[in-house]
Design a protein around this ligand. Sequence first.
Ligand code: BDP
Length: 331
Amino acid sequence: MKMFSITGSKVLGVAVAGCVALGATVAGATEWRGWNIHVDDYPVSIAMKAFMDEVAEKTGGELTGKVYNNGVLGDQPDAIEQTRLGIIDFGEFSLGPMGQAIPETNVVSLPFIFKSVPQMYRLMDGAAGEAIGKGMIAKGLVPVGWYDAGARSFYNTKHPINTPADVEGLKMRVMSNDLFVDMVNSMGGNATPMAFAEVFQSIKTGVVDGAENNPPSYESTNHYEVAKYYSLTEHLIIPECLCVSKASWDKLTPEQQAIVKEAGHNSALLQRELWQAREAESMAKVKAGGVIVNEVADKAAFQAAMKPVYDKFLAANPDLTDLVNLIRNAD
Ligand code: BDP
């Protein structure tokens, strides 16, 4: 059995799990810092903790980590940069704001590119995920798990949205990525890119009329308290990623990398399960809070309005045409 030296004493491997739990440090141990934008009880937050717990246990405390929730390490575009540089060791990111730095990830930010969430999983667990993951690794991020973020829909303070024309004139917050600006502007709205943390106040004070997000984020941020119309356009199905900084990854032994990969995969399975439950809970909570939810009967009209977004994107990124078609033409 392997011996571990713990500060000031030597113990057998079997005892290490207990020591780690008590906060003892393994000599030469690495402690990672993880970025997360969400509240403590969010599916992402629970899965990230499970990820680090599994890594700590399976490495016998050689690799431990702390997840900083609620975006306390900074907003998402900055955190992506810092993780690429190795200042932050890992994070759970939406591929939405990643597009400016990593063009391949933009493909999943094209409105309506996936037909459903299960289809998104299938493609991300297969060839599309592989291609996008390669692009990410080349830019300093190693994906170790694809997390679920459901589908994003519009909400606003003015009226239900049933057709693209209903978006006309509305000031809508979007995540930082030109694609989302084009998306809203193509419907005649006014897109305002803004950090997630600023959205609540901006809706409340009328700086914007609304935003778009999945039910758990709409609910956990309390945006539903200030923007009462939630219209199920489901225009974006953007996967999220548990990503390790390539700089931090390269410092691991092959055994540790295998453990991190496995724990990442396990945490994604857990997150996807938790997500299903949270989505239902969030919908129930916003409805109970007086939100007026409407289904959108004619999604084709929204899809048609996105043609200029696709045309512009493909003209600017001809090398991504195959990847776009791989997803767009999949069953
Ligand atoms: C949430 C994502 C989070 C984004 C946020 C946003 O999980 O990563 O920062 O949307 O809209 O759904 O900024």
